[in-house]
Design a protein around this ligand. Sequence first.
Ligand code: NAD
Ligand code: ISE
Length: 335
Amino acid sequence: MTLCIGVIGTGMIGRDHTRRIQNVIAGAEVTALSDVNRDSARAVQADLAPTAEIFDDGRALIASDLVGAILVCSWGGTHEEYVLAAIEASKPVFCEKPLATTAEGARRIVEAEAKHGTRLVQVGFMRRYDAGYRMLKRAIEEETGAPLMVHAAHRNPAVPEQYVTPMAIHDTLIHEIDVLRWLLDDDYVSAQVVFPRRSPHAHAALADPQIVLLETAKGVRIDVEVFVNCRYGYDIQCEVVGEEGLARLPDPMSVAVRRNAQARNPVLTDWKDRFVESYDIELADFVAAAKCGTASGPSAWDGYVAAVTSDACVKAQETGAVEPIELPTRPALYD
Ligand code: NAD
Ligand code: ISE
């Protein structure tokens, strides 16, 4: 059986995920596309999915019999509405991060899915599928002893003009918020943000870099440098210090070149390349579960926890204080 997928939002990642469904992953096909910018949907149709129908309204796409599962790849502020509509239609839905732009919005999704009674939502936290992070998780379980500290960095070479200070949290740090919680099998209890001297390459509405300090329920202390105008490349670092040893996320494989009395390894510049296999595997996982009428991988609960933590970090940016992170009881659906 081929799974018929509708894609809402055909910008950068919607286009890339459409390519994956059409050309990389077996057993699924993009049968519908929707974007508020019809020209964008039309371009993706022409390049990648010539038989897909274009819908002007994302909700009509979700309701259509042409579609058995949905990818939500539009701007963050639109995710909640589309994910709730997919749950109402009992259709599996893959939602790019963030699940919702507020914790209350993510909570409404958790409640709707819990009421539905089976999982339908997968959130696009692709790092959980990255081979390096999976090896790091195994090393924590088998080698380092109980974690004590994590030092991490999320560096982008540059960001567009509309990227402002809170986006360092809910657009960028949100990946660490999810993957570190998964790595450590732990939850956060507090957050603080401190600001080094500002990079001259950051525009006026962006404090860059930032250092986010998180504390977990088990007492692990985490520091994450978020630096989105680092210039030199797209660089993701993570080092876990445990009671017995240390484990570090491997850098992506690259060819070392020695030339002109220098030895060098290239550094990637684009997140699409850094996590290309992870995106492939997360979507294959979505397709496999959706064919059984359900979802696996990062859940709506994980999306909710990320939203609560993001909100606390944004508050910490504003107050400079250590902000508490409190979660309600997890519904049984997510045990
Ligand atoms: P983009 O601006 O390139 O594309 C978004 C598209 O959504 C645009 O074409 C826009 O016209 C469309 N859109 C906006 N509102 C809509 C609506 N109500 N209905 C239908 N279409 C609508 O942005 P992008 O970089 O592709 O990001 C999209 C989402 O994916 C964001 O939530 C972003 O955080 C997430 N993202 C995730 C990753 C990752 O690593 N997992 C990477 C990049 C982006
Ligand atoms: C972007 O939206 C992503 O999700 C990338 O993975 C991240 O590295 C980047 O900072 C975000 O802007």
